[in-house]
Ligand binder design. Structure first.
Ligand SMILES: NC(=O)c1ccc[n+]([C@@H]2O[C@H](COP(=O)([O-])OP(=O)(O)OC[C@H]3O[C@@H](n4cnc5c(N)ncnc54)[C@H](O)[C@@H]3O)[C@@H](O)[C@H]2O)c1
Length: 442
């Protein structure tokens, strides 16, 4: 059995944070205490890559920056005064519905956006016999995935995906990752050439040639730029407007990042852009594997110290794995909302943790599929498929010994190891040199 613990010393996780973001945080401390109203967080924000956040009642500029100014099948608006962006949300599950609500509250306030937000709905017939789309448009609520929350009257549910995306120049993708390949294929040549995308999806595709992030899948298949938004974001908490943060990962166009920040930010949802798409996306993807480990620990009643150890080891593996795959990934990203904060919230409260706890309590005798169907009422578990995908990468590249937590989680999920294996270890020495090289600060 492989060792979880000898690999990790806490000092190395924190040793790389003496660079500028940390220093500017220290220098911003006086600001932290000078805020006149709620949100000390907002006054500290300029220390990081914060951009202005629209406040209640504030409107945006009259002329939106046209996004991708290249070609496009419907991109004739470049440079027009008064040009307004149109937003479509592709997906309408728990987080998709909350995203639509956040966006819809902002498009009403910001002049640079059309008020209407289209939301593509994977059509379902409810027990009442009605179509989910009809019920959303009649009640303004997603009664199946976000009951009790008004989305905003400017959210229009649409079961026809081609119709939903055809006019939009800002596309928000938020569906379980296992459906994305099919969705992307169905959208080839159907989206505007000048569209910008953002992915809120946690997960990756593993192909013959290696792992493919969902943002890359979207970019490559649809020929458009794709940013990402990840963070400590349990949808039901944001739905009732409890304060939280998120991170936008962007590739090179800061203006686009600012558009996304404007579109999502509210006084209770603070969004920070960082120029690290892969780092942000891998954080959001990998933390679900750590959450399964935390759930096993909970199911076995191992207590808080063990769970904290699992979170730390998990974060360490997240960083090492991300940097081995993409050398551009920044250490500082792991200290944003998408990193440590998302690990904490998912290990305390997310659905992956919850189902993994039940799995461990049942001694691994009931499958994840069975528990997902019973406990989540149509919502999807991402961690189990992500653990399998990560395992495929690890075995293909000969990295299994370097990532004992990730590897063990998958082996528990498929019944090869018992849940208690999450904290069992041997004397086997991992190949530290490779891991250390990969995690060197840059
Ligand atoms: N829920 C959260 O708290 C949360 C928070 C942050 C990120 N996310 C991420 O957001 C993404 C979407 O999650 P969610 O919570 O909105 O969804 P969900 O799990 O609540 O709902 C599942 C969705 O998938 C749709 N669906 C079912 N079969 C489908 C098919 N064959 N093709 C296309 N769609 C199908 C359903 O209609 C439903 O809208 C995931 O990647 C998730 O990890 C979720």
């Amino acid at each position: 059995m492989r060792s979880l613990f000898p690999l990790y010393s806490s000092s190395s996780l924190f040793s790389n944070f003496s660079s500028s973001p940390y220093n500017s945080f220290i220098s911003s401390l006086p600001l932290l205490f000078s805020s006149s109203h709620f949100s000390p967080f907002l006054s500290m924000a300029p220390a990081f890559e914060q951009v202005p956040v629209p406040q209640e009642g504030e409107t945006g500029t009259e002329t939106a920056t046209p996004h991708n100014t290249n070609t496009g099948n419907n991109g004739g608006n470049d440079g027009q005064v008064g040009y307004k962006s149109r937003v479509t949300v592709v997906g309408s599950g728990n987080w998709g519905s909350v995203a639509a609500k956040l966006i819809a509250s902002n498009t009403l306030k910001l002049n640079s956006f059309h008020d209407e937000v289209r939301m593509w709905v994977f059509e379902e017939t409810l027990l009442s016999g009605e179509k989910l789309t009809d019920v959303i448009n009649r009640t303004n609520e997603n009664v199946k995935y976000l009951p009790g929350i008004k989305l905003g009257k400017n959210v229009i549910a649409d079961p026809d995906i081609h119709n939903a995306v055809k006019d939009a120049n800002m596309l928000v993708f938020v569906i379980p990752h296992q459906f994305m390949d099919g969705i992307c294929k169905s959208l080839i040549d159907k989206v505007r050439g000048d569209a910008e995308a953002i992915s809120l999806i946690k997960g990756m595709e593993v192909k013959m040639e290696g792992p493919c992030m969902i943002s890359t899948l979207i970019s490559e298949q649809l020929g458009i730029n794709c940013s990402v938004l990840m963070g400590a974001n349990i949808a039901n908490e944001i739905a009732v407007e409890k304060f939280s943060e998120a991170t936008v990962g962007y590739r090179d166009n800061r203006e686009i990042a600012e558009q996304w920040v404007q579109l999502f930010s509210t006084p209770y949802f603070m969004v920070t852009p960082v120029q690290d798409v892969e780092g942000v996306e891998l954080c959001g993807t990998l933390k679900n594997v750590v959450a399964l480990a935390a759930g096993f620990v909970d199911g076995l009643d191992m207590g808080n110290n063990t769970k904290a150890a699992i979170m730390r080891i998990g974060l360490r593996e997240m960083r090492a794995f991300s940097k081995l795959l993409f050398s551009s990934v920044r250490d500082s990203t792991f200290f944003e909302s998408c990193g440590v904060a998302d690990v904490i919230t998912t290990c305390l409260g997310g659905r992956n943790r919850k189902v993994a706890e039940a799995f461990a309590k049942n001694g691994g005798k009931r499958s994840f599929d069975e528990l997902e169907a019973e406990m989540l009422q149509g919502q999807k578990l991402q961690g189990v498929s992500t653990a399998r995908e990560v395992y495929e990468v690890l075995s293909h590249r000969g990295w299994l010994e370097l990532f004992p937590l990730f590897a063990t989680v998958h082996e528990i999920c498929i019944g090869r190891l018992p849940p208690s294996a999450i904290v069992e270890y041997s004397e086997k020495k991992p190949r530290l040199s490779l891991l250390e090289d990969s995690t060197r600060c840059h």
